[in-house]
Design a protein around this ligand. Sequence first.
Ligand SMILES: CCCCCCCCCCCCCCCCCCCCCC(=O)SCCNC(=O)CCNC(=O)[C@H](O)C(C)(C)COP(=O)(O)OP(=O)(O)OC[C@H]1O[C@@H](n2cnc3c(N)ncnc32)[C@H](O)[C@@H]1OP(=O)(O)O
Ligand SMILES: NC(=O)C1=CN([C@@H]2O[C@H](COP(=O)(O)OP(=O)(O)OC[C@H]3O[C@@H](n4cnc5c(N)ncnc54)[C@H](OP(=O)(O)O)[C@@H]3O)[C@@H](O)[C@H]2O)C=CC1
Length: 515
Amino acid sequence: MSMIAAFYSGKSILITGATGFLGKVLMEKLLRTSPDLKVIYILVRPKAGQTLQQRIFQILNSKLFEKVKEVCPNVHEKIRAIYADLSQNDFAISKEDMQELLSCTNVIFHCAATVRFDDTLRHAVQLNVTATRQLLLMASQMPKLEVFIHISTAYSNCNLKHIDEVIYPCPVEPKKIIDSLEWLDDAIIEEIAPKLIRDWPNIYTYTKALGEMVVQQESRNLNIAIIRPSIVGATWQEPFPGWVDNVNGPNGLIIAAGKGFLRALKATPKAVADLIPVDTVVNLTLAVGWYTAVHRPKSTLVYHSTSGNFNPCNWHKMGVQVLATFEKIPFERAFRRPYANFTSNNFTSLYWNAVSHRAPAIIYDCYLRLTGRKPRMTKLMNQILRTASMLEYFINRSWEWSTYNTEMLMSELSPEDQRVFNFDVRQLNWLEYIENYVLGVKKYLLKEDMAGIPEAKQHLKRLRNIHYLFNTALFLIVWRLLIARSQMARNVWFFIVSFCYKFLSYFRASSTLKV
Ligand SMILES: CCCCCCCCCCCCCCCCCCCCCC(=O)SCCNC(=O)CCNC(=O)[C@H](O)C(C)(C)COP(=O)(O)OP(=O)(O)OC[C@H]1O[C@@H](n2cnc3c(N)ncnc32)[C@H](O)[C@@H]1OP(=O)(O)O
Ligand SMILES: NC(=O)C1=CN([C@@H]2O[C@H](COP(=O)(O)OP(=O)(O)OC[C@H]3O[C@@H](n4cnc5c(N)ncnc54)[C@H](OP(=O)(O)O)[C@@H]3O)[C@@H](O)[C@H]2O)C=CC1
């Protein structure tokens, strides 16, 4: 019997961010392994014209939850969606709901955050710092609470090279920032933001660091632990391989590469690609929840959920495998043949952007204009290049994350728990994982049918022929123009032609002699 699964049985669990990528997988695993848990409270806001109920219905009826329904047919009754907006005071939760949460909750998983790198400082602080403080305050009023798990990121201290499993102080106290945001206007906030974030690459990582400090300062006598995942990728094993559901992180780039839009990336090929499957993060999170509640460590422990020091893979290896998978399982209606050129050199990167990205987009837009259609490729290309440039910081560096706590926890688990809540990333086969990942992007994000693969392969063949034809035509045009303008080019041309002529004459003469 799994001790971790048994721990969550009969419990009332509160999850924030349950509608997000990580939150969904967390909810799924909890329901599948502890179907007799009492209830999962999820704090949800209406979104994209959908009510709370519609959102939950859609999630529970998705493919991700198919296995859950086999072990927990009454899954709908186990989920209690509570209207909440984490950017509001008291999360805009009704009095009755708040009362229920305060009196019943046993376990909290705080996953909600804004993960956008370009969010405003005000919004990011509201979500990643103030909301965390508010939730901790709520937690301190929960008599039955056994454990509070805060999901941070391995990059919250990415301004350091070696990162230990400790909470690092930030130069400015979170409380001072929260207070100043109350009276500063938006224009001033945006002006001071770059000075505040100093050597953090973006507002997201900076506010996640502030969030950790808040956890440390406001923990009171709560039983808390922090999980720091690196780049969270598709599922590795559970509930099935390759599940993904948003275009964040690598996903958007895999789509852009598979569709032939993105063919070069400013990346250091040898840098560690610290991807971690989402189910691995979830297994660690659930194990930490159990361990922290049962063993009640004296201080707040931080757990790194990273792959680099257990089973490193670099961007080159990843790129090669992604491309190999595109060969086998191509995406439909590609713009160009997929290709991956990693360069860490600024000049080469500018060159590739001009030749491989912007020029084809402009040519294609001209074609659209000429055929009476609206041009769109340049705009799309600009967006892809902007996204790629925002991720550049993370693909041109390597970090070392210590993993003492994660390893300690691994050794504390029973063999059964090590199997059911496996977070040992040493067992991960990267080639297999990446292949499933790309397949998952095709199936679950792009919603492409496997039956379309032969047609997609034909399309790539056509693109290759067009590519050869285009290059030959371009070469001939450039050469013709050169000949018309330069005496030297003419001389070279005559030299080549006469050489070929002489060679052919010699060849013909010698073959006639033999006869
Ligand atoms: C050479 C080719 C290579 C080939 C081989 C490839 C091999 C693999 C290489 C892998 C390298 C991986 C590197 C990963 C590094 C990750 C580091 C993470 C580290 C920290 C980890 C964390 O701790 S934390 C979570 C991470 N946090 C994010 O990862 C958010 C980032 N991101 C944003 O901060 C915003 O994204 C940002 C960028 C501001 C743009 O913002 P933006 O406004 O310009 O664009 P948006 O992304 O908002 O997209 C606007 C609309 O376009 C839709 N769309 C977008 N892309 C689309 C697409 N490809 N296909 C269809 N649709 C797409 C989207 O669905 C929206 O649609 P709608 O508006 O309808 O919702
Ligand atoms: N994905 C990754 O690569 C990594 C993620 N992390 C961390 O993991 C956690 C989960 O990330 P992930 O699942 O990828 O992110 P998602 O963007 O997929 O999910 C974010 C969640 O937060 C919720 N949320 C955002 N704003 C509000 C709000 N105002 N009120 C209520 N809920 C809100 C979202 O709700 P809604 O659906 O309504 O938008 C969603 O459920 C985050 O803390 C993130 O920092 C850490 C490292 C890497």
